[in-house]
Design a protein around this ligand. Structure first.
Ligand code: ATP
Ligand code: MG
Length: 279
């Protein structure tokens, strides 16, 4: 894709984040090409959510640059949705006292045509807007298979349903890049397949194609949905490649199992074998 093209995806280049004495990210470079699903994996504390916080403007890196659509990108949380990026939070992040559909409608606020004044005065434009927003949000819940919960208070919903409501809220913004932080976390195995199908379908969505940067600990899920996988360990990128390349990478086994990479043999690029038992 040409530099400066409106469809050149996200690039993260040399990003370092320091929290006091802790270096949460160190010189991390990765890209999310348009219409792709990229997995970001690594052990607890590796820096995955911190990278999401950098891309969404909650954390400012001490070094490095981002580009989005081929242009330098200085994300601001409040402008993110307008810039075509949506995210879900690791811990769901719904407003507990609002209903499911009201939570999703919040995702639509930047698309509303009627201004705050007409909303405050209850003018016809705002009522139309609200009806339209409710209709689209209900469709969003339906896409995730949870429309029957639309009028229930978020705090009363089972956790897997809350996760889907949060995902619906992100999707109704019609993002071109979706940042998913542990979408399968807390779900039962029976929920994985429909979620995987949904994530895989996003880049090719005819109405609103969307690339995905996905953080997830469930490796089968990651390997099943991602085109590329990036592995972080202690804030550093230790491996990047296709799912099969990653599965046979000794540095990945080292990051996950705490094994010294010199104790690992790689057999024909397919499997990792230990030459010594981990301590
Ligand atoms: N705001 C913050 N202030 C200080 N330290 C932080 C902050 N946010 C994250 N950290 C630290 O930075 C490191 C990376 O945290 P991060 O949440 O990015 O990890 P993660 O890969 O998302 O882990 P997990 O898989 O457990 O969600 C951790 O050591 C964490 O304690
Ligand atoms: Mg995290």
């Amino acid at each position: 894709m040409l530099k400066g093209s409106p469809d050149s995806g996200l690039s993260v280049s040399g990003v370092t984040v320091q929290f006091g004495g802790l270096r949460a990210l160190e010189d991390v470079t990765l890209s999310v090409p348009p219409r792709s699903v990229v997995g970001l994996v690594g052990p607890n504390g590796a820096g995955k959510t911190t990278l999401f916080n950098v891309v969404s403007g909650f954390v400012r890196p001490s070094a490095g640059q981002l580009t989005w659509d081929g242009h330098p990108f200085h994300p601001k949380p409040r402008r993110l949705v307008r810039q075509g990026i949506a995210r879900t939070l690791q811990d769901v992040g719904l407003f507990p006292h609002l209903t499911a559909v009201e939570n999703v409608m919040l995702g639509r606020t930047t698309q509303r045509r009627a201004g705050y004044v007409s909303s405050l005065l209850g003018l016809p434009g705002s009522a139309r807007d609200e009806r339209e927003s409710r209709r689209i949000s209900t469709e969003g819940l339906d896409r995730l298979g949870v429309a029957q919960h639309a009028e229930r208070q978020a705090s009363a919903l089972p956790y897997p349903v809350q996760k889907r409501v949060a995902l619906a809220r992100a999707l109704v913004t019609r993002p071109r890049l979706l940042l998913l932080d542990e979408p399968a976390g807390g779900l039962g195995a029976e929920d994985f397949e429909p979620l995987a199908e949904l994530v895989k379908s996003l880049p090719g969505d005819p109405d609103s194609p969307c690339s995905v940067l996905l953080v997830e600990h469930h490796m089968d899920f990651v390997m099943g949905v991602c085109d590329q996988v990036v592995v972080l360990d202690f804030g550093r990128l230790v491996a990047a490649g296709t799912p099969s390349e990653i599965q046979s990478d000794p540095a990945v086994a080292a990051a996950y199992l705490g094994i010294d990479p010199t104790d690992i043999e790689v057999d024909a690029g397919t499997a990792v074998t230990l030459t010594e038992e981990p301590a």
